[in-house]
Structures are given as structure tokens and as C-alpha cells.
Design a protein around this ligand. Structure first.
Ligand code: SAM
Length: 374
């Protein structure tokens, strides 16, 4: 067994830890934006294939203090990197530094790259090449208060890139975050969902993938670990087959997405088709001023514009007021969850939230707010 870290957005560690436990993996530690778990390689493959709320899975390989460039270089030289990297593989160093005597992450990346290259030259007389776009192996280096952590990335392209969202409107939610929101509401695939500001449809598409039990990784099938020297393709093939076998016929639940912009509504429909869930979602053009309940019972989840990236706050207040009016008039007995990145706008709703969950949408600090409509 070994330690792996599932990385996510800040505020999502609890929901990610629940997912890991659901996969039968042993959670060791929760951080603000990641969960450490104990597993063999099969568990790492499964985490990459099945987790909906993670962005990548990394495997820590080294941890040491360093205050000077030489200390950085020597510690990397001491560790055998030929275990993870072959001479014919390309590699990349993704470095970040915080509160340390090292200030320049490019310098750190270069120093570590040199140490790895020199280690290969000493052993083989040759070195692997660097590829900063599509490397075979990526090492993630985080230096916080001069403590250096080096991990090998097992994922490759971010897990939130499922492959279905080749079209998106403005300010789309990342897929792992949309999946996390759905999970945080406690929705159990048993009631209708409505997103009245659906944009490219991410929240509803992620919910529909859960409804059909479609494994998110099965939509893309390309991961960094597949290029590792000790990759067990038989184990991987079995996991993919098992995941495909678990996909299920759809229960009698339907999802509804609306947006006032007809262009994004068309995009949402095409995204749902690519994800294989268009039969479960009805997308229609409609503004929140026309909000009407499509079925008797259900839950609403939405990510309205915050004003930072879209539009002007004063103009947006009217949309929020329309939303509140529609909720009170049409959605009595429903629960509505709103991801808000702008408190002034949510105040315009004049509704009292029953829960407030802090989390980050990219760099924007948000609250995921629950409203019981009565
Ligand atoms: C932040 S985006 C939603 C992004 C979406 N969650 C996604 O992942 O693509 C907000 C959406 O609200 C829509 N919108 C803004 N005002 C609206 C209104 N009054 N009625 C309906 N939709 C509105 C915008 O067109 C935009 O697509």
C-alpha cells in the first residue's frame, strides 16, 4: 500500500472523502483542497476512473526541507527518479512556491529538472527530454515555508475535463465542482432537478451522469499512469469493463435546464448529447422572470452570474429579484441551492438561507446556500 492524494477545489474535501470511502478506499487525512488515501495501484486507477469531485490523483515521492538551491538539487539527486521515468519518456516539472526563501517557481522547476537530467546522465550517459505541454510524466513540486513536497502526477489532463463540454458559455462551472454541488445537496437521484440559469448545462449533465451511473473517466479513457513502466493494463481493462457494466437504465426522473440565452441552451443540448444523457434533460430558452415549475416535486440548483466576470451588479439585482419572486410563487415546498460569489446579490433575494457551505469557484470565494421555499 502507498499514499496517494486526491486533489480538488478548496472546500470540497468532505465530499471527495465521502466518494473515496464509497469506492472502498481508506482515507488517511483531509486537507483544505485534497484528501490523502492509502491504496495500491488498482485503487489509484479506480480513483482516476470513478471520482467525480477530484481534479487529479498524485503520488507523493519526496518531502524535505530546503533553504538553498544546492539543498534542492542534492535532495533530488539522492532520490532515484529512474523509477518513474524512462529515458525515452518526456517529463515536466509543475512548481509552486509560497512563504519560502525561493521566490521564483520557474527557477525551482529548472533546478529540479537539472537534477533529474544529471541523475540520468550519470547513470545512462543520456537524459530524457522535457515537454511542457503533453509530457509522459509530470512531477508536481510544492514548496511551502521551505518544505519541499515532490509528487508524481498519475492523471495527466485534469479530471474535470470529462470530454463532453467542447462548447461552453461564459463563466462555466468546472465539471468536478458541478458534481460536488450536486452531491452536497444530498440529492439521491430520486427527484427532478431544475437549473434556471443553466449556461452550458454542467450541473444537470453531471447529475444525469450520476443518474445513469456513467463513470466520468469512461468518457475520456486517457490517463498519465497508462504510460508508467509498471502499468497493469489487465487490471485497468477489468476496471473499465466493470464500470461500463454498472451503467444502468434510467429511473423515472427528469432534469430541466433554462437560460435566457438561446445560444448557450443549444450548446447545453449538444454537451448533453456528447455525454450520452440528452434523453434525461430538457433544455429550453427562458428567463427567470418566466420561471414555472415543470413538475410537482423536485430540487433547484443554480450558479447565477456573480457580477465579477459577467455583467454589472446593479443590472443583475433585477434577475435575482425575479428569481426570488418565481421561487415564492411557483416552487413552494422545494429546496433551492444557489452557488453565490456575491453577497450583495444574494441579499437582493430577501430569502433566509438554512445552510451556508463555504467553497471556492476558481479564485472566487463562494457560499453554497440552501433555501427552503415555503
Ligand atoms: C454563471 S453562468 C452559469 C454557468 C453554468 N453553470 C455552466 O456551467 O455553464 C450564468 C448563466 O445565467 C444566465 N442568465 C443570466 N441572467 C438570466 C436570467 N435573468 N434568466 C435566465 N438566465 C439568465 C446567463 O445567460 C448564464 O448562462
Amino acid at each position: 500500500m502507498a499514499e496517494f492524494i486526491a486533489v480538488t477545489s478548496k472546500g470540497m474535501a468532505d465530499v471527495l472523502a465521502d466518494e473515496l470511502v464509497g469506492l472502498g478506499l481508506k482515507v488517511l487525512k483531509k486537507g483544505p483542497a485534497g484528501v490523502t488515501f492509502d491504496s495500491n495501484w488498482e485503487g489509484c486507477y479506480r480513483a482516476n476512473l470513478e471520482l467525480r469531485t477530484a481534479t487529479r490523483i498524485i503520488k507523493p515521492v519526496l518531502d524535505f526541507p530546503a533553504y538553498k538551491p544546492d539543498e534542492l538539487y542534492n535532495n533530488i539527486m539522492k532520490h532515484d527518479f529512474t523509477k518513474y521515468l524512462g529515458l525515452n519518456d518526456t517529463f515536466m516539472i509543475d512548481a509552486s512556491v509560497r512563504d519560502s526563501s525561493f521566490h521564483d517557481q520557474r527557477f525551482v522547476a529548472m533546478k529540479i529538472k537539472d537534477a533529474i537530467a544529471d541523475q540520468f546522465r550519470e547513470k545512462y550517459g543520456e537524459r530524457p527530454n522535457v515537454d511542457n505541454k503533453e509530457p509522459d510524466v509530470m512531477f508536481m513540486v510544492r514548496i511551502v515555508k521551505n518544505q519541499v513536497s515532490v509528487s508524481v502526477d498519475t492523471t495527466g489532463d485534469n479530471l474535470s475535463h470529462r470530454g463532453y463540454r467542447s462548447e461552453q458559455g461564459e463563466a462555466p462551472l468546472r465539471e468536478h465542482l458541478a458534481a460536488g454541488l450536486v452531491k452536497m445537496t444530498g440529492w439521491e437521484c430520486d427527484t427532478a432537478l431544475v437549473d434556471p440559469m443553466c449556461g452550458s448545462g454542467t450541473i444537470l449533465i453531471e447529475a444525469a451522469l450520476m443518474l445513469k451511473n456513467i463513470t466520468p473517466g469512461s468518457l475520456r479513457k486517457k490517463f498519465a499512469f497508462q504510460k508508467f513502466a509498471d502499468f497493469k493494463s489487465d487490471v485497468w481493462d477489468r476496471l473499465v469493463t466493470e464500470a461500463l457494466d454498472r451503467e444502468q437504465a434510467v429511473p423515472n426522473v427528469h432534469l430541466y435546464g433554462y437560460d435566457r440565452d438561446s445560444k448557450v441552451v443549444r450548446m447545453a443540448r449538444r454537451n448533453a448529447e456528447r455525454a450520452g444523457v440528452d434523453d434525461l434533460i430538457t433544455f429550453e430558452q427562458s428567463g427567470v422572470d418566466m420561471l414555472a415549475r415543470p413538475v410537482e416535486k423536485g430540487m433547484m440548483i443554480l450558479n447565477p452570474p456573480y457580477g465579477e466576470r459577467l455583467g454589472v451588479t446593479e443590472e443583475l439585482k433585477d434577475s435575482y429579484k425575479d428569481l426570488a419572486y418565481g421561487l415564492k410563487k411557483e416552487f413552494k415546498g422545494w429546496t433551492c441551492w444557489i452557488l453565490s460569489g456575491n453577497e450583495d446579490l444574494t441579499k437582493a433575494l430577501k430569502l433566509k438561507s438554512s445552510r451556508r457551505i463555504p467553497l471556492f469557484n476558481g479564485a472566487i470565494e463562494c457560499r453554497f446556500l440552501e433555501y427552503k421555499i415555503n
